[in-house]
Design a protein around this ligand. Structure first.
Ligand code: PMP
Length: 395
């Protein structure tokens, strides 16, 4: 290895370790469900985005296997050349139906969907008003576009209005976009879309909502935009197929014209091989299940409420979250790491979330109750929280 590289890696890895910022990556020995197995130990899993438990649901597995048998394991090419299979078309039609839009485009992941979709529309002649807590893939997509990035204070609609006014009146930009997570992934708060839409209408902003954590969770499963009844007001309804949907992939739902443009200019669509047929079929099965069974979403919320109430009952103060995402914020990174280690030792699997995922000094344990946790599992987790919380003087 080059000496320069070796020194760089050693110094920086040591630095991360000392600051408690180097996450160990555990290997699951069975599927990602409400109970997981790591190093032979079974644990209650509160770290997953598999909200509805669909990642190992039979209907999805059957759809995946049937499509793999019919279409093969790989799509064979990038979409425009030779890689658009009937199953991709069906998936995009299903997403559009799910989101109540004219059309949709599927990408291979939520991350590259944001990279591709933002940069397909915004250029260095434009500006993007971006909530300061937006997901990394939004930040990277904005950077890639070359547009001027104007950070908006988190969920501060006065700041948004002020910055939209300044950007408009500067006359410097051809287009201005407002981009926000629908549900903020590390805090669980829901974007104030009704107010943001008012500002957008006042200043002619393009609107882009990343609903990775809202789809399958908010609006009876149909997402945050639907929750507020704003389907006609949001230009880009972006989402991922990897969380509540349970599989992998990302998408934008919108007008026919927007989707036509993204298919012509979205670089991951143009230059990266399409989703596997199996994954596409599993996503279709998942979206059908969510649309046909809103009670699954209700069960998720019921579990989340139960878990939150009991954490508070035993003495934890929870930060504001409007969704099943349940962060316990400790602040200090090393303390967060210690708390997570102890919870894991006692059979509750939660990971420390620290910088750069969240700002420095706001380390937290993020709990993700799932629809498929039983009340007994949640009770057991609460018992462990009480024991460890007392041991570490947190409650
Ligand atoms: N946007 C948000 C808000 C997310 O939380 C995530 C997942 N961490 C993504 C985009 C990326 O999605 P994916 O995992 O499908 O690439």
């Amino acid at each position: 290895m080059s000496e320069v590289l070796q020194t760089y890696l050693r110094e920086n890895l040591d630095d991360l370790k000392q600051k408690g910022l180097l996450n160990s990556i555990d290997v699951l020995e069975d599927h990602n469900g409400p109970i997981i197995k790591i190093n032979g130990q079974e644990m209650i899993n509160l770290a997953s985005n598999n909200y509805l438990g669909f990642a190992s649901r039979d209907e999805l597995k059957d759809a995946d296997m049937a499509a793999t048998k019919k279409w093969g394991v790989g799509a064979g090419a990038v979409r425009p050349i030779n890689g658009t299979l009937m199953i991709h078309k069906e998936l995009e039609e299903k997403i559009a139906q799910f989101k109540g839009t004219e059309a949709a485009i599927a990408f291979q992941s939520g991350f590259n969907c944001n990279m591709g979709a933002i940069s397909a529309v915004m250029t260095k002649k434009d500006a993007i008003l971006s909530d300061e807590l937006n997901h990394a893939s939004i930040i990277d997509g904005c950077r890639l576009s070359g547009a001027k990035i104007i950070r908006v204070k988190h969920q501060d609609m006065d700041d948004l209005r002020q910055k939209a006014k300044e950007a408009t009146e500067s006359g410097l930009y051809e287009k201005i976009m407002y981009i926000t997570d629908g549900v903020f992934s590390m805090d669980g708060d829901v974007a104030n879309l009704p107010e943001a839409v008012k500002v957008a209408e006042e200043y002619n902003l393009i609107t882009y909502v990343d609903d990775a954590h809202g789809s399958g969770v908010m609006g009876h499963g149909k997402g945050t935009v639907k929750h507020f009844g704003l389907q006609d007001k949001i230009d880009f309804q972006m989402g991922t197929l990897s969380k509540a949907i349970g599989v992998v992939g990302g998408y934008v739902a919108g007008t026919k014209e927007l989707i036509e443009w993204l298919k012509a200019r979205g670089r991951p669509f143009l230059f990266s091989t399409s989703l596997t047929p199996g994954a596409s079929a599993a996503c279709i099965a998942s979206l059908d299940l969510i649309m046909d069974h809103p009670e699954y979403v209700d069960q998720l919320w019921d579990n989340a409420k139960y878990f939150k109430e009991n954490l508070e009952r035993i003495g934890f103060t929870l930060s504001k979250s409007d969704t099943p995402i349940t962060p316990v914020i400790l602040g200090d990174e090393n303390k967060t790491q210690q708390f997570s280690n102890k919870l894991i030792e006692n059979g509750v699997y939660v990971k420390p979330i620290v910088y750069p995922t969240v700002p420095l000094g706001t380390g937290r344990i993020r709990n993700m109750p799932m629809r498929t946790h039983t009340k007994e599992m949640l009770d057991q987790a609460i018992t462990v929280y009480e024991k460890v919380g007392k041991e570490l003087d947190l409650i």
